[in-house]
Design a protein around this ligand. Structure first.
Ligand SMILES: *[C@@H]1O[C@H](CO)[C@@H](O)[C@H](O)[C@H]1NC(C)=O
Ligand SMILES: *[C@@H]1O[C@H](CO)[C@@H](O)[C@H](O)[C@H]1NC(C)=O
Ligand SMILES: *[C@@H]1O[C@H](CO)[C@@H](O)[C@H](O)[C@H]1NC(C)=O
Length: 441
């Protein structure tokens, strides 16, 4: 498969900034300027790029699109699939939850980050999957410990701000927290390397509250291929998708009721997982390949399979996944993110699209979507494009709730059918690195 106008190295470079590098973001000035404009625009009742008349006149009750967007999100949960605030705690404070007052603006305290409580409230965030991410470099080393530490960080900052957050582990609890005015907070484990090829470890992550696992990050596990493999022909990819053990990982996630997250995996891994899974899947932070041909994005034929699976693609806002060469001579815009959302809706329907912005996991973002306060601007844009309230509610969180409930039902059904925990072990001889293995049997 061709790389369509993009060399392997530029793709790799692009993904390295989907976070985590120490590529410290130096865009304070630009943010300031854009934020200033945004404030001005808000005061005037317009949003960047949208004609004044449109934003003001469209709604029968005379409200602006932005007011209508805020209303919808105040009454229906916006459930974002992926936020890397826990990694910012790790990078910027060695996970010292006690030293950070999230109720204050973190602007100017941490080097540019996207998330704090005032901005979550302004953005009408209803529930959030917080990512427990650890670097691929820790695979075969201390990935498991580091991952449990990130879970501890989420659980502690949630507990520290009980007026804002509520730790939740089910679809119903998301709705209950929202009804109580709390941001339902869940853990998503970002990468199969975090379980060290151990189904027992997977089960223990479930028990501390993890409700999705991203099958890979940007590295292969000993049982699944990641998106970088798509730079090679299928025949040269390590597994060409999932290995037999990888299929068991999917089934054990189904049995537990843990959502299968297909962001970051190769196309063949998506296809294998969609074939094997008994429950609908999610893509916690992935956009549309047809609009931006980066392999982190999902291709149209896999979107069709995802519709058959009844899953949900939660669109990533990272500018490098939104605006690809050759169109990227200008910065990505909010309107281009809406193009991704519209593409998925137009191709497979509004029942299969959601939001997984990847705030605090990326260095740069489109104009108008600079931090977690900006979600209503995105919804206002979609209102201007003719989206109905019903579809906006599905996009915000309705689709994720449907998928979550379906995964819970599959888990119950497997229990009713007497499916026992999977006890298979990976063949240790297949591991590339056994330096941290105990061999004293
Ligand atoms: C975290 O701790 C390490 C040593 O354990 C230290 O080198 C590093 O500077 C610390 N980072 C921060 C942000 O405090
Ligand atoms: C466009 O994207 C490519 C690949 O990600 C990158 O190398 C290039 O610098 C980008 N161009 C601009 C103008 O940002
Ligand atoms: C995009 O925005 C960044 C600031 O975030 C700026 O440094 C850069 O020059 C812009 N690139 C283009 C092509 O406009």
């Amino acid at each position: 498969m061709g790389v369509q106008g993009k060399s392997a190295s530029t793709q790799r470079l692009a993904d390295q900034t989907e976070f985590r590098g120490n590529g410290k973001i130096n865009r304070k000035v630009a943010i300031g300027a854009v934020a200033g404009l945004a404030v001005l625009a808000t005061v005037l009742g317009v949003a960047i790029g949208v004609p004044l008349s449109k934003r003001q006149a469209d709604n029968t009750d005379g409200s602006t699109s932005l007011q209508r967007a805020r209303d919808i999100l105040s009454n229906n949960p916006l459930i974002d699939g992926h936020n890397d605030l826990p990694w910012q705690y790790k990078k910027q404070a060695n996970n010292s939850v006690e030293s950070i007052d999230l109720e204050q603006s973190l602007k100017g305290i941490w080097s540019p980050t996207h998330t704090d409580i005032p901005r979550l409230r302004e953005g009408r965030v209803g529930a959030q999957f917080w990512a427990a991410y650890v670097p691929c470099d820790s695979q075969y080393k201390d990935a498991v410990r580091l991952s449990f530490e990130q879970c501890d960080t989420v659980r502690r900052f949630v507990k520290k701000f009980p007026d804002t957050f509520q730790f939740v582990t089910s679809a119903q609890e998301i709705e209950d927290a929202f009804a109580a005015g709390k941001i339902g907070s869940m853990i998503g484990l970002e990468g199969g390397h975090s379980i060290d090829s151990s189904l027992a470890t997977l089960r223990m992550f479930y028990d501390v509250g993890v409700r999705y696992m991203t099958v890979t990050h940007s590295c292969n596990t000993p049982w699944a291929d990641n998106w970088l493999e798509d730079e090679k022909p299928l025949a040269e990819q390590e597994f060409g998708g999932l290995s037999a053990f990888g299929e068991l990982v999917i089934l054990e996630m189904n049995r537990l009721g843990m959502l299968v997250d297909l962001s970051h995996v190769s196309k063949a891994t998506m296809e294998d997982a969609l074939r094997v899974t008994k429950a609908p899947v999610i893509y916690s932070h992935t956009s549309a390949y047809t609009i931006c041909n980066h392999y982190r994005n999902v291709q149209d034929d896999v979107l069709q399979l995802t519709k058959e699976n009844n899953g949900v693609v939660m669109v990533n806002f990272y500018d490098k996944y939104i605006n690809c060469p050759p169109g990227n001579t200008t910065n990505a815009t909010l309107s281009q993110v809406a193009d991704h959302i519209d593409h998925i809706k137009d191709l497979i329907g509004a029942d299969y699209v959601g939001i997984g912005a990847d705030y605090d996991g990326v260095a740069t973002l489109p104009q108008g979507l600079e931090d977690v306060s900006t979600y209503p601007e995105m919804f206002a844009e979609l209102i201007d494009r003719g989206w109905t309230d019903e579809d906006l509610i599905k996009l915000a969180g309705g689709n994720l709730l449907r998928v979550f409930r379906a995964a819970e039902e599959v888990s119950k059904q497997m229990a009713a059918d007497g499916v026992p925990p999977y006890e298979e072990l990976i063949d240790e001889s297949t591991l590339k690195n056994k330096s941290c293995r105990w061999e004293g049997y």
